[in-house]
Write a protein that binds this ligand. Structure first.
Ligand code: TYD
Length: 216
């Protein structure tokens, strides 16, 4: 499988544990880009395609074996790149994803018997790296409080907390110039400004005309 590693568009990915506010921030960023006349592509993984649906179903009907689950995410991502992400990037559009292969490293890599370093190697050799990853980071205790408050759910405190803590540790190990940590414990408006200020230089680097419109 040979995916391109460069494109005219801008490939932005949001990562972070459940409850970090990714979907709200993606919506706000998308609205701001649209208001400036840009036409961003917003999508998510697991996708709404056949593999993504199977993965989502497994959350209620019982999880797949670690090996099958990893394969399902790989199939889902391959289709997503082929059918949506790469054609949009080739057309010079801004693509914003809610989760990408860093979630596979953080979640499948920390299942029993998993190895984040091995999953990372497998992901990085198979899938193209985005232009920028925005990691919305907050402590799992706060994430769980938000989940409970917003969705009225009572998470299984012990298991959930431990899983989120492990995922957060993996995300922290990935931080770099391209994988930027953003403090998501602040309020929605402050987080939205931080997201904007982090995303803007990536847009400027690839799409100077779009950047000029956004800052006019
Ligand atoms: P999530 O973004 O929380 O979707 P929703 O809130 O709409 O159900 O994703 C569902 C779960 O999938 C989430 O707990 C993280 C997990 N996940 C992985 O384990 N590996 C992956 O590669 C991806 C993309 C997600």
């Amino acid at each position: 499988m040979d995916f391109p590693t460069q494109w005219p568009g801008v490939f932005l990915v949001f990562e972070g544990i459940d409850g970090a506010g990714k979907s709200t921030q993606i919506r706000l960023l998308g609205e701001r880009l649209s208001a400036a006349g840009l036409d961003p592509v917003l999508s998510r993984e697991p996708t709404d395609g056949p593999w993504g649906r199977r993965i989502r179903e497994s959350a209620t009907t019982g999880r797949m074996s670690p090996a099958d689950e990893l394969q399902a995410f790989i199939h889902d991502r391959t289709e997503h790149l082929d059918q949506l992400v790469l054609p949009a990037l080739a057309a010079g559009r801004i693509v914003i994803l809610d989760r990408y292969f860093y979630s596979t490293i953080a979640y499948q890599g920390t299942r029993p018997g998993g190895d984040p370093a091995a999953v990372r190697l497998a992901m990085e050799s198979r899938f193209p790296a985005p232009d920028l990853i925005l990691w919305l980071d907050l402590p799992p205790s706060l994430a769980l409080r938000r989940i409970t408050a917003h969705r009225g759910e009572v998470p299984n405190e012990f298991e959930r907390h431990e899983g989120l803590e492990q995922a957060r540790t993996v995300f922290a190990s990935l931080a770099s110039d391209h994988f930027r940590r953003i403090d998501a414990s602040v309020d929605e408006a402050a987080l939205s400004s931080a997201v904007w200020n982090t995303a803007l230089p990536a847009i400027q680097a690839k799409l100077p005309a779009a950047y000029a419109r956004l800052t006019a």
